[in-house]
Design a protein around this ligand. Structure first.
Ligand SMILES: Cc1cc2nc3c(=O)[nH]c(=O)nc-3n(C[C@H](O)[C@H](O)[C@H](O)COP(=O)(O)OP(=O)(O)OC[C@H]3O[C@@H](n4cnc5c(N)ncnc54)[C@H](O)[C@@H]3O)c2cc1C
Ligand SMILES: *[C@@H]1O[C@H](CO)[C@@H](O)[C@H](O)[C@H]1NC(C)=O
Length: 385
């Protein structure tokens, strides 16, 4: 089958790219491995998830959120929004198509994209002039190597499979990872009376969503350092009542929250109430890694030994691009993230692009989609004359 653009992945980035291409009447096709679009949101997100960013940072091209939508949307609102987006722009991805292989064919200057039809098992071959990689920064779940994890006789789950604390009442649960997912899952577990401990290794800024929102608005007008200073002052004043957070195992990075985000991609944690529970002693914080596991007993690097029934790995994801994109070197580095620095990260060589890899969430994906479609349009126009 032949088309002008093949888009791999029907998440927000892939959907937005398709809409932008359609606006320019450029034929395109989305291949999606799941049987639904936005599978991350529909299948791999816990129940109580609310969008961390204000709604104006969580919209796709040509369809702003209405005034009735709350500033900080629960997950269901965003899913409704995506449903409306797909209906309004009539996007029809090809589902149950896992792209397993893709390469640039020098003999005809076209991309060959091979997808497994997961229903029939057949390999389908697609040819296109352009490819847009939209498989997401969260393509593959990441669980670090832990010595003795195979011997653990409790339950092991990754945050992408965690739904609610309802399933863990009165259990001893260790959440590994102090990022947004880990902190919110800890909060959720404690709400359902699980005995909750959270393992935190990396220093993180912990802000409220309002502090982040104010920061993001100010960033449009002021330099990062100034915004960081202001936001840190706000957060320190708020946390003042708890005393020094490092006493509870909450260590702050030396750099400010937005500088940390730009330099390392590590987002600040948006506190949903976890800090208060930690302060009240309802959630235990463990600093440092797991040294070993025997049965249900975990030994930590700090010498602590404790029994757990469940380990939730909120240790994030990695990009899966290099697994299926043979000639990834035209657009990505070895870690599956763009090789070109911002703001030109979305464009590769040989007509390959990526959308949704700027570590700027939905707003970044929307921006990439517009840039990619505009670029493809101008290449096609130039070729026509
Ligand atoms: C728990 C959680 C909360 C988040 N909250 C926010 C938030 O509040 N605000 C925000 O801006 N961002 C948030 N994010 C980041 C979020 O992932 C992105 O904003 C958004 O989903 C990215 O869209 P995407 O299309 O780039 O990737 P994805 O949504 O991951 O979509 C990629 C799609 O590609 C498909 N796919 C992958 N590999 C293949 C393959 N080989 N062949 C075919 N199809 C494939 C997948 O099935 C998926 O449907 C959150 C992420 C997580 C995990
Ligand atoms: C995709 O596969 C699922 C089963 O895994 C099936 O229910 C669904 O109808 C399929 N969708 C398409 C469009 O083939």
């Amino acid at each position: 089958m032949e088309t002008v653009v093949v888009i791999v992945g029907a998440g927000p980035a892939g959907l937005a790219t398709s809409v932008c291409l359609n606006q320019h009447s450029i034929p395109n096709l989305i291949l999606e491995k799941e049987d639904i679009y936005a599978s991350l949101w529909k299948k791999r997100a816990y129940d109580r998830l609310k969008l961390h960013l204000a709604k104006n940072f969580c919209q796709l091209p040509f369809m702003p959120h209405g005034p009735d939508v709350p500033t900080f949307m629960p997950k269901e609102f965003f899913i409704d929004y995506l449903d409306a987006y797909v209906t309004r722009f009539d996007i029809n991805p090809r589902y149950n198509r896992t792209v397993k292989f893709s390469m640039f064919d020098m003999s005809n200057n076209k991309w060959r994209v091979e997808a497994e039809n997961t229903v029939t098992g057949a390999i389908e071959v697609y040819w296109s002039e352009f490819v847009v990689v939209a498989t997401g920064e969260n393509g593959e779940r990441y669980i670090p190597e832990v010595k003795g994890l195979n011997n653990f006789c409790g339950e092991v789950v990754h945050s992408s499979m965690y739904k609610s604390g309802r399933d863990y009442k009165n259990k001893n649960v260790l959440v590994v990872g102090g990022g947004n997912s880990g902190m919110e899952i800890s909060f959720d577990l404690n709400n359902y009376d699980a005995n909750t401990a959270v393992l935190i290794r990396t220093p993180r800024h912990i802000l409220t969503k309002v502090e982040v929102y104010v920061g993001m608005l100010l960033l449009k007008y002021f330099p990062v350092r100034m915004v960081d200073t202001l936001v840190m002052m706000m957060s320190k004043a708020r946390l003042f009542i708890y005393g020094d957070p490092s006493k509870y195992g909450l260590i702050r990075p030396n750099q400010g929250p937005f500088a940390t985000k730009f330099l390392t991609g590590r987002t600040p944690v948006i506190d949903v109430g976890t800090v208060r529970k930690i302060h009240e002693g309802k959630i235990q914080v463990i600093n440092g890694g797991i040294r070993s596991i025997e049965g249900k007993t975990l030994t930590f690097e700090n010498g602590l030994r404790q029994d757990f029934d469940v380990i939730v790995f909120a240790t994030g994801y990695k990009s899966s691009v290099c697994n299926w994109l043979k000639n990834y070197e035209y657009v990505m580095r070895d870690d599956g993230f763009p090789k070109n620095p911002m703001p030109d990260h979305w464009k590769g060589e040989k007509n390959i692009y990526c959308a949704g890899f700027s570590r700027k969430g939905i707003a970044g994906a929307a921006q990439d989609a517009m840039s990619v479609a505009q670029d493809i349009k101008s290449i096609l126009e130039t070729a026509r004359y």
